[in-house]
Design a protein around this ligand. Structure first.
Ligand SMILES: Cc1cc2nc3c(=O)[nH]c(=O)nc-3n(C[C@H](O)[C@H](O)[C@H](O)COP(=O)(O)O)c2cc1C
Length: 327
């Protein structure tokens, strides 16, 4: 399966893993790249230069294929500037294949110094955006591609709430750089549909949690299989940063706080990152933010990354072939 994404990144399948805080470590990243996709290493899990560089090198030790590094650029949430600068300096020095930027456009950060530095180092820059407007400014700034993130996605969908099915073809109408669909993508039907909508590939995150290489507690796998597409909620509009999370006790509490006009201080204890280890390593699915997307409705099993990616592409090709034979 060849698309502008596979050509640009030198990968077998047009399937990318999205940034996943506390989950997208080197073994998962490398397993996805080894399976023919583009694995993701998420920078925010590393606070100093040595551990970040070690993670990049560990990934390179586990795979000789390209991978992408996620940098969630949100200076307003209190991450020190030095840390972002350390990420960008290290990524340029290590000449990683690609960087996924979410949040602030990198070209607007520090007068675009790091944008230029990464481009000069030959790193492909892909911005995750939720509107055509943001897609157009990414193209104008010189990004190599965009992830078109629909409201179905886990993490932080833009509060304009445009669905993937409309956002993707709208981006394709307006941009010339490759558009990669994200939000609600999980199987062969998703990939076939994204290609029909004009995308050059898909990005998935939630689906990759239910792989054997994503080291989480057994209960996490079971819960994502059990829960359906209508069991995530949007939260956070009252604090200016919309997010999507699995409907659990913490999310119910957050929604109640928001409904009665409570502020960030009251919300934080329910979504704090420090709860992450209990969620992923102990399988406590009712406490804390579990940032999965509506795509959990399409998760029915646990597979290896290779089984997952081979299956998605096999099914997408069959669907596209069969659709043509109808006419
Ligand atoms: C557990 C989890 C953690 C995530 N953490 C981040 C993150 O740190 N930075 C980011 O830009 N996106 C993050 N995301 C969003 C994904 O990169 C991606 O945009 C989104 O999940 C795609 O939708 P899907 O999960 O339905 O495939 C996270 C998603 C999940 C499921």
């Amino acid at each position: 399966m060849k698309t502008r994404l596979t050509e640009m990144m030198g990968i077998k399948y047009p399937i990318v893993c999205g940034g996943m805080m506390r989950l997208a470590y080197p073994p998962l990243c490398a397993a996805i790249s080894n399976a023919g996709g583009l694995g993701n290493l998420t920078a925010a899990m590393y606070e100093d230069r040595e551990s970040f560089r070690d993670a990049i090198r560990e990934t390179r030790h586990l795979t000789d294929r390209p991978f992408i590094v996620n940098v969630t650029l949100l200076p307003s949430i209190g991450v020190p500037d030095e840390r972002y600068q350390m990420y960008f300096d290290t990524l340029a020095e290590e000449k990683v294949a690609a960087v996924e930027i979410s949040g602030t456009p990198l070209n607007r950060y520090k007068d675009g110094v790091y944008f230029k530095k990464l481009k000069d180092a030959g790193v492909k820059l892909i911005h995750k955006v939720g509107s055509v407007r943001h897609g157009k400014s990414a193209e104008k700034a010189g990004y190599d591609a965009v992830f078109a993130a629909g409201v179905e996605e886990g993490g932080h969908p833009l509060n304009e709430n445009v669905a993937t099915t409309v956002l993707t073809p709208r981006m394709v109408e307006e941009l010339t750089i490759p558009v990669i669909t994200t939000g609600g993508m999980a199987n062969g039907r998703s990939l076939a549909a994204a290609l029909c909508l004009g995308a050059e590939g898909i990005m998935m995150a939630s689906r990759f949690i239910n792989t054997f290489e994503c080291k989480v507690h057994e209960k996490v796998y079971e819960e994502l299989i059990r829960r359906q597409e209508n069991e995530t909620v949007l939260y956070g509009n009252s604090i200016g940063l919309q997010g999507r999370g699995l409907l659990n006790d913490s999310m119910r509490e957050v929604l109640k706080i928001e409904a009665r006009g409570g502020g960030l201080e009251e919300i934080i204890p329910h979504i704090a990152g420090s709860l992450g280890d209990d969620i992923w390593q102990k399988g406590d699915m009712d406490t804390g933010l579990i940032a999965v997307g509506q795509s959990i409705g399409l998760i029915h099993d646990v597979l290896t990354c290779k089984e997952l990616l081979d299956g998605i592409v096999h099914d997408a090709e069959a669907i596209l072939r069969n659709s043509l034979s109808r006419f």
